[in-house]
Design a protein around this ligand. Structure first.
Ligand SMILES: N[C@@H](CCC(=O)N[C@@H](CSS)C(=O)NCC(=O)O)C(=O)O
Length: 311
């Protein structure tokens, strides 16, 4: 049995508050880890009922993130070679889960997390054809064959599900809305979980920045329009999660970016000039990433995929 040290202090006394329910038990596959309450001068083993109460409290904290209600499992995961963020979202009741922007190198880690939490991964969702790393959706599908890969139709990449503007991707009681946000690439999608106010922007909007526009049909004018019309028009408290951050930050909000984004607070001509003058080196992995990502989730050349689809 797993041993979980729970340090709970309230007014200098260990605090146990909520009763466990069947959902929480199911999340831990019916196994309630051993819980010890540590307190200065007090370390004691809890009885079963106390342990159950503690675990529910722990579970509620784990499952809660940036939104109303305690009913969304949410994890932000980092792949630190390309500084890519992968997001795990799940409905703890039905166990249905999705991964947004998994990475090839960390696919095994993500699959293990899905299994550890007893989740049923239904979709591996790509925000776009990445140029700096290989998507993890192909590897994940090998390990979880029922998981479907997703990408925008406009990207022209091969995938199990090709989404367009306004489509909804459902997992359990949740759904994310697909918003087409071209400019970094023509096929970029931003995914919005409205009832939690969470937005997954891919490379369209980065924290205090935005995706480069110098390859893959990039266009500064198009990106400016996309970000203003589809992302910064959302309610100010919506929390934005990018596909990358190179400065160690994890999230931002619509309000923050409207005030502080050094590129997107400028006029369109100023923005276009900034983007022209970025002069970033090409991503190191671009030559292997682009062809692999054009078959995201299938990992077979497009011609073979077509033959399989016909058969
Ligand atoms: N050095 C990295 C690539 C860094 C980079 O170009 N990032 C892209 C997103 S991935 S294509 C970008 O849009 N950056 C915008 C910016 O302002 O940094 C590598 O070699 O992989």
């Amino acid at each position: 049995m797993a041993k979980c040290l729970l340090r709970v202090f309230a007014m200098g006394r260990p605090k146990i508050c909520l009763p466990i329910n069947s959902e929480a038990k199911a999340t831990f596959c019916g196994v309630i880890p051993t819980v010890t309450v540590e307190h200065p001068g007090i370390v004691r083993q809890l009885d079963t009922q106390q342990r159950e109460r503690c675990m529910y409290s722990h579970y509620k904290k784990m499952a809660t993130f940036a939104g109303k209600g305690n009913d969304l499992i949410f994890r932000q995961l980092l792949e630190y070679k390309s500084f890519t963020y992968t997001y795990l979202l799940a409905d703890p009741q039905t166990k249905e889960a999705i991964l947004i922007d998994p990475v090839y190198e960390t696919a095994e880690r993500d699959v293990k997390l899905v299994h550890d939490l007893g989740l049923n991964l239904v979709y591996g969702v790509n925000t776009h054809v990445h140029a700096d790393h290989i998507t993890g959706t192909g590897e994940i599908k090998k390990k979880i064959p029922t998981c479907k890969s997703v990408i925008s139709k406009i990207s022209e990449a091969q995938a199990d599900v090709k989404v367009k503007e306004g489509d909804k991707i459902k997992f359990g009681k949740f759904e994310i809305e697909c918003r087409s946000t071209p400019g970094h690439t023509n096929g970029c999608m931003t995914y919005v979980l409205h009832n939690k106010g969470l937005v997954f922007t891919g490379d369209a909007l980065l924290i205090r920045g935005c995706g480069r526009t110098d390859f893959q049909q990039g266009s500064a004018e198009t990106l400016y329009k996309s970000v203003h019309e589809k992302i910064l028009s959302l309610p100010p408290d919506y929390r934005l999660f990018p596909a990358h951050d190179y400065t160690g930050q994890t999230s931002t909000t619509v309000e923050e970016e409207k005030k502080c984004n050094p590129r997107l607070t400028k006029t369109l001509p100023e923005f276009v000039k900034i983007m022209k003058e970025l002069n970033l080196p090409y991503p190191k992995q671009i030559d292997r990433a682009l062809p692999a990502n054009m078959v995201c989730g299938l990992q077979v050349p497009p011609e073979e995929a077509k033959t399989e689809a016909k058969a």
